[in-house]
Design a binder for this molecule. Structure first.
Ligand code: AMP
Length: 270
């Protein structure tokens, strides 16, 4: 199973992705988490991404596409992936299409968590205030100002992906403002339908292909048998010695049958 969770920051993609990985045994591929890990590790990618992330802007496409390509090639990604926070631009979506088709893989669904941005912003402001009051550590981009920038980036660069995937017939929307369990149930229902459709397509195709192969196989076998029976006739066409001998034999038989009247008797018996 391969799916994308689409939605603005704070829509609950991470929470739902966690539930999906425990339910389906797939991996979560969160470019935000991977970039934060790169920043913490002080890697070249991290150094390049940090300042951009702190401003709430998008890291260049080629950077995130490269980390996604690496991750989907790892063995644990074979069972499935839930992409969270990627793709974020149409160019990233196109790159993902290429990555998947080069590996003969397909997306099963793109689930958009639809939320009211005004309410979302208030929720996040409240959460940030509560965490600050408790003295908990915040993400460096988890403050209302940066969040506004992240929402603007989502609207301008990521929201168009809904149309991109709708045109491919992959987009399904759920109400991201509903209670978490209800969102999970809605996602489960979408995935159950998508996977049933996939199983039906898989079940149908090989059966059909096998039938066609069977028919072709029989035809091929009949032709081969005919060919095996026909060396004498082919010989006649080419005028080979074997063909001549066979023809002579047949003529001898015919003459013999005429003599004994067996040919007439045979005709009568038919
Ligand atoms: P997230 O945790 O998904 O909200 O991502 C945090 C930050 O990481 C974003 O505000 C971006 O700066 C960066 N980021 C994460 N994913 C991507 C992506 N697919 N493309 C570009 N930048 C990304």
């Amino acid at each position: 199973m391969r799916l994308i969770l689409l939605g603005p920051p704070g829509a609950g993609k991470g929470t739902q992705a966690q539930r999906l990985i425990s339910k389906y045994g797939i991996i979560q591929l969160s470019t935000g988490d991977m970039l934060r890990a790169a920043v913490a590790a002080g890697s070249a990618v991290g150094l390049r991404a940090k300042a951009i992330m702190d401003r709430g802007k998008l890291v260049p496409d080629e950077v995130v596409v490269a980390i996604v390509a690496d991750r989907i090639d790892q063995p644990d990604a074979r069972r499935g992936i839930v992409l969270d926070g990627f793709p974020r631009t149409v160019a990233q979506a196109e790159a993902l299409d290429r990555l998947l088709s080069e590996r003969s893989l397909k997306l099963d669904a793109v689930i958009e968590l639809r939320v009211d941005e005004g309410i979302l912003l208030k929720r996040i402001e409240k959460r940030v205030a509560e965490m600050t009051a408790r003295g908990e550590k915040l993400r460096s981009d988890d403050n209302p100002e940066v969040l506004k920038g992240r929402l603007a980036a989502y609207r301008a660069q990521t929201a168009p992906l809904a149309n991109y995937y709708a045109a491919k017939g992959l987009l399904r929307a759920v109400d991201g403002m509903a209670p978490i369990d209800e969102v999970t149930a809605a996602i489960d229902a979408i995935l159950a339908k998508a996977m049933a459709g996939k199983a039906a397509r898989r079940g149908g195709k090989p059966a059909k292909a096998a039938r066609a192969k069977g028919r072709g196989g029989k035809r091929r076998a009949a032709k081969a048998a005919k060919r095996a029976k026909a060396p004498a006739r082919r010989g006649r066409a080419t005028g080979s010695k074997r063909g001549k001998a066979a023809r002579a034999g047949r003529l001898k038989n015919k003459a013999g049958m005429r003599k004994s009247g067996s040919r007439r008797r045979l005709t009568k018996a038919r």
